[in-house]
Design a binder for this molecule. Sequence first.
Ligand SMILES: Nc1nc2c(c(=O)[nH]1)N[C@H]1C(S)=C(S)[C@@H](COP(=O)(O)OP(=O)(O)OC[C@H]3O[C@@H](n4cnc5c(=O)[nH]c(N)nc54)[C@H](O)[C@@H]3O)O[C@H]1N2
Ligand SMILES: Nc1nc2c(c(=O)[nH]1)N[C@H]1C(S)=C(S)[C@@H](COP(=O)(O)OP(=O)(O)OC[C@H]3O[C@@H](n4cnc5c(=O)[nH]c(N)nc54)[C@H](O)[C@@H]3O)O[C@H]1N2
Ligand SMILES: [Mo]
Length: 744
Amino acid sequence: MANTWGYGAMTNHLGDMQNSKAIIIFGANPASNHPVAMQHILKAKEQNGAKIIVVDPRYTKTAAKSDIYCRIRTGTDIAFMYGMIRLIKENGWFDKSFIDDRVYGMEEIFKECEEYTPEVVEDITGCPKEILIQATTAFAAAEPGALIWNQGWTQHTIGSSNTRLGSILQLVLGNMGKTGGGCNILRGHDNVQGSTDLGCLADTLPGYYGLSEGSWKYFAKQWNVDYEWLKGRFKSKEMMESKGFSLGLWIHGVNDETNKVNNAGTPLKALVCIGNGISTITQTHKVKEALDKLELVVFIDPYVNDAAVITTRNDNLFLLPAASQVETEGTVVNTARTAQWRYKVVDPLYESRPDHEILFDFAKRMGFYKEYIAGMGNGEKFVWPDNATDEIARSLKTIGLQGKTAARIKKHTDNWHLFDSVSLKGKGTVKNEYYGLPWPCWDESHPGSPVLYNINLPVSQGGMGFRNRFGVERNGVSLLSAEGSAPKGSRIKGGYAEITSKNIEELAGVKLNEEEKKAVEGKNWKTDDSGILVKYALQAGLAPYGNARARTIVWNFIDNIPKHREPLHSFRPDLIKKYPAVKDNPKHFRTQVRYESEQNAQVWVNDYPVNIVSGRIVEHMGTGTETRASKYLAELAGEMYGEVHPELGAKLGIKDGEMMWVYGTGGGKIKIKCKHSLRVDEKSVFLPQNFSGMWSGEHLGKRYPAGTAPYAFGENSNQITSYGYDQQTSCPETKCSLVRLEKA
Ligand SMILES: Nc1nc2c(c(=O)[nH]1)N[C@H]1C(S)=C(S)[C@@H](COP(=O)(O)OP(=O)(O)OC[C@H]3O[C@@H](n4cnc5c(=O)[nH]c(N)nc54)[C@H](O)[C@@H]3O)O[C@H]1N2
Ligand SMILES: Nc1nc2c(c(=O)[nH]1)N[C@H]1C(S)=C(S)[C@@H](COP(=O)(O)OP(=O)(O)OC[C@H]3O[C@@H](n4cnc5c(=O)[nH]c(N)nc54)[C@H](O)[C@@H]3O)O[C@H]1N2
Ligand SMILES: [Mo]
């Protein structure tokens, strides 16, 4: 189970933020969590006069650098944004021609925003209406303005709606496809973008190809294996084409036997966990229950995985020592879609082995090694990781990786000093290429695309419109962009469909010879291995994926347009009737998930009257498994705590520095230090997510094999975060929970 919390990629890139005139940051604290990004943000402020606006329930180190700080209640960002959009609409601040030419369905958004008057927004979010107006005025005036979001947005039942409405806000203002604009999602781990691109997800093959028969057949070809053989590895074709268990939901596939109906008749029996903490999802005590119950548990990790000491099982638990990233070689792709070659620094120490070797060994022992390595093309003589990187480049056409070959990525990394950090443009031997070949990078002479959806550049230099993905019309309305809004130098001046063997001649104005015709027959731009379709598209200045409108309406989602819905464990039960959670879902991935019934099971706030704000601290990473094992970091931040407003502390009789019990809605409890702080409001407690190794007051140090325990231990915040999963993605709702505090 690899680590991927939420989808998304930056439309622009970190250096590009220096070109912004305003930056609005929702649910991200880059001063602590993305210090490099923060430097670009501060340069935008200091050198470009950009206004910094921070929307966060907690007054963070990032908020301290802002011009306008908006404190909102957790889980109410949609109301806040609709409030912004309503003001923008009323004042005529929207970009009419951008919307008319390049967007589908904005009327629906403009209708939905009507109810979110400044007064209504103040009531739902708690943010004074004057601040909402001030923030909107400043952001709408900026040309262009950039929007940043991160985990404050995704870890909610309506997290996917947050991210959609943020993108829509940028469409309203015409900030998409512009240098200094866009949506800049500051993603998590160093290679989290690379791992989602490669399909470390429960609902798609690599490159976001989905799970349909056509996609499996396409990959069978890329992997150089027989489709029938591949199918034979699954219990049935139906299971092959169904979503798997997601990271958030797998525990219910073990604990709750009724879910076996969605899993070909059996509960989950074994777990192999590679590069993930897994104690970081909601309700960690349920994770423990699942780990205890499984027949086999394997951790592949350079450290003793945090969850290995949470389980109390004594058999069939294996710790396979993985080499760290400095003991192996390969590419990583960062939040801005740029790749980097990571060279090996030292050989693996002691008995540790690189991840891929461990996986190769698995394949050997399970009897499919030959097939496993077949895609690299050289039989057992493959060159690692170069051949694998080229296989990825060749196969992942949907995001335009064809030009990101091992040789080119190495060349960029070796010459990184020749690139400009604001424009990403190279000089000398990498002249006019963009650092790390940000995807799409359509072929081996393409320079990469630093800013997505920019029609002011030719496609051959990184330009493109929006992707045509959902047909060319909907209910009689065209989904293609209007005349005059095609990338520079395009043969077609308006919108066009994705490139296929059927339309290439007409769209690109070429005549294919017989051999070419045969090569591309029945193919489209993302399945054509010959490269002919992409080649002629680029020559005609066309983006292989078409030129369409961005859609605000997603007709196959539960909420066709983003809707505010109260958290399952709402601090404001009086709002639930108007903004209820969605209906319970009998099959979300492979699990039954409660929404409405959980929300209405009781008036949660009566027993759990304090709101959780959770987030990171600068000293520790993720579970802290790695960083708490550093003596120095452990010294800097050695103890778990909760930040409590002094007024709340006084009301509850818990003084600064005293211990308190925190009780969660799901039955978990933790004992932590109370830290009085003005960063939180009077109804909330802030909990850092980076501790583990204590369990409801019990110290788990004794469970580590000798010499492997970390230096710092602390209670895990997720023992008390509430049940709840994103209604579309199933990301755990770790940012919206209620608790009860008591003096210990
Ligand atoms: N030092 C350090 N750096 C890290 C990490 C780490 O653990 N330590 N982790 C890495 C990873 S994996 C990731 S994903 C990123 C995460 O980076 P961030 O998203 O910046 O991380 P968080 O601190 O979890 O959350 C950001 C902010 O969201 C706010 N927030 C909580 N609920 C809400 C809400 O409902 N609405 C809004 N608007 N804000 C809300 C919190 O107060 C917090 O300030 O950081 C990466 N960088
Ligand atoms: N309450 C609350 N909970 C949260 C969040 C929150 O904000 N609040 N944030 C969520 C988010 S965004 C995330 S990403 C997760 C944290 O994400 P997790 O993945 O759960 O935590 P990490 O500590 O980053 O786990 C990485 C594991 O990989 C191991 N590892 C490191 N390098 C290698 C390697 O090269 N190979 C292998 N095989 N293993 C390696 C580490 O030792 C560690 O055990 O937490 C989530 N949970
Ligand atoms: Mo993350």
